[in-house]
Design a protein around this ligand. Structure first.
Ligand code: AMP
Ligand code: ZN
Length: 471
């Protein structure tokens, strides 16, 4: 598989450190609010990456953190703790907020067929690990204590901006929301590893440490949680593009300083979902969640298809019109699959040819839009339906669009409708009502309508005549 690596700015052949396992780490949600569908775009594409690796023969161990402490309003070290902000907003405790929104996050993931990573670790579980890493960084002169906080000293690094240039927009996201100068910092990019001197005195969760009672910085959690479960090296680290700076840049700085060697080989960044008005936000305008889509009648699978139709390294613009197009595409796709007949033998060589195209799309830097095209190629192929269904079921291990189950559901629904419409007794009553209407015998027509209604049947008068359905 070729994957674009944010450190080299090139597509590179993916070669894991070990043949038996791919070690993959993904930054998890900050559980102070619902995830918006932009956040979920990132998790969908990471899910596809994990599944594509498994599908192409790798064994993957994937770890994800849950940020329930330490993420301040700015991704730099200023502002209020987001968790505390959530707790205040809802008049609940930080732990209650964390539990509620962690559950909500995984409920959204389930709706979008996003697999739960093998290990999910809340940041508040790993305080000892942070203290250990920060202590070693202090001992080796990579960190310093100033004004009550422990800072990482970026002047000890040969290179800090490991990802090179970023779009100005991405950098702006990293340092958004009124960054204040912190006079304790020796260098402008130094970042906090451990806070004891919180600007917000009512910080809810605090722990004892060699430097006083306090709480960890945001970046340290991903380094420590990754090492706790995956050891001292990592094949793939994934996250949204806004995490590249400063979050991932700081993770690399502290991890490699701690380890004394290279830490992670491939950095996979998913670009943003924006609205037509710009950046997607939890605080501005309409807060776009999976539940909101559902309340407007959208199937979450249509949103998943919408995401898969574009490449993860392109910004994607969300609009209701774009989503409507995905709905039409999804419904057509499912209707076509529902029309396939499963009887017959799978033609193995035709199956292999279809699969080759699909695998080729995945191997080309996870080109999901080409992978979706491979689905359409299956439907157009000159092989029998059994082979098509086998290929679609196979591809759906990665795409997770419910291609087979949604088609089966539709087929069942269509069969039920057909069976219902084949009820001769009801047909006869509807015909009698039509006759009664023709004869202007309104009382009889109404009587038949009411009798059918009592039996749960609704008559619909159409230009082609009276039809009926079960209600
Ligand atoms: P957060 O819950 O804010 O820590 O973010 C969770 C994940 O969503 C991170 O990997 C972010 O980089 C990613 N993310 C944030 N905003 C967007 C967006 N508009 N589009 C795609 N991913 C995003
Ligand atoms: Zn992270």
């Amino acid at each position: 598989m070729y994957l674009y690596n944010s450190t080299s700015h090139k597509k590179e052949l993916f070669v894991p450190n070990r043949p038996d396992v791919v070690k993959m780490y993904t930054c998890g949600p900050t559980v102070y609010h619902y995830a918006h569908i932009g956040n979920l775009r990132t998790y969908i594409m990471e899910d596809v990456l994990e599944k594509a690796l498994r599908y192409t023969g790798y064994n993957v161990k994937r770890v994800m953190n849950i940020t329930d402490v330490g993420h301040l309003a700015s991704d730099a070290d200023t502002g209020e703790d987001k968790m505390l902000k959530g707790a205040k907003r809802e008049n609940k405790s930080v732990m209650d907020i964390a539990k509620f929104y962690t559950d909500a996050f995984f409920a959204d993931c389930d709706k979008l067929n996003i697999k739960r990573p093998d290990v999910v670790e809340p940041a508040t579980n790993c305080i000892d690990e942070y203290i250990h890493m920060v202590s070693k960084l202090l001992e080796t002169g990579k960190a310093y204590f100033a004004g009550g906080n422990v800072y990482f000293d970026t002047s000890t690094l040969e290179k800090y901006y490991v990802f090179g240039e970023h779009d100005e927009e991405d950098l702006a996201v990293g340092v958004r929301d009124g960054v204040e100068e912190d006079s304790n910092k020796k260098n402008k990019n130094d970042f906090v590893l451990w806070f004891t001197k919180s600007k917000f005195e009512d910080q809810a969760l605090k722990w004892d440490s060699p430097w006083g009672i306090g709480y960890p910085g945001w970046h340290i959690e991903c380094s420590c949680i990754s090492m706790k479960h995956l050891g001292e090296d990592l094949d793939i680290h994934a996250g949204g593009i806004d995490n590249a700076f400063p979050h991932h840049t700081n993770e690399i700085a502290q991890s490699e300083s701690y380890l004394g060697h290279k830490w992670c080989n491939y950095w996979f960044h998913v670009h943003h979902l924006n609205t037509e008005g710009g950046k997607m936000s939890k605080s501005k305008g309409e807060f776009l969640t999976v539940s909101l889509l559902e309340s407007k009648g959208y199937d979450p699978m249509a949103y998943r298809l919408f995401c898969l139709q574009s490449h993860y390294r392109r910004n994607l613009v969300f609009s209701w019109e774009n989503l409507d197009n995905a709905v039409v595409a999804y419904d057509k796709l499912i209707a076509k699959i529902a029309g396939l007949n499963s009887e017959g033998e799978v033609d193995q060589s035709a199956f292999d040819a279809l699969k080759e195209r699909f695998v080729g799309a995945l191997n080309g830097d996870l080109n999901t839009s080409l992978a979706v095209t491979a689905v359409y190629d299956v439907l157009k192929a000159k092989c029998n339906d059994a082979t098509k269904l086998a290929a679609l079921a196979d591809f759906d291990q990665v795409l997770s669009l419910n291609l087979i189950s949604a088609a089966e559901k539709l087929r069942k629904q269509q069969q039920e409708e057909a069976a219902a419409s084949a009820d001769p007794e009801i047909d006869a009553m509807v015909a009698q009502r039509t006759e009664a209407k023709k004869a202007k015998n309104w009382a009889e027509a109404d009587r038949i309508r009411d009798e059918l209604k009592a039996r749960g049947i609704e008559i619909i008068d159409t230009p082609q005549g009276a039809k009926w359905r079960k209600v």
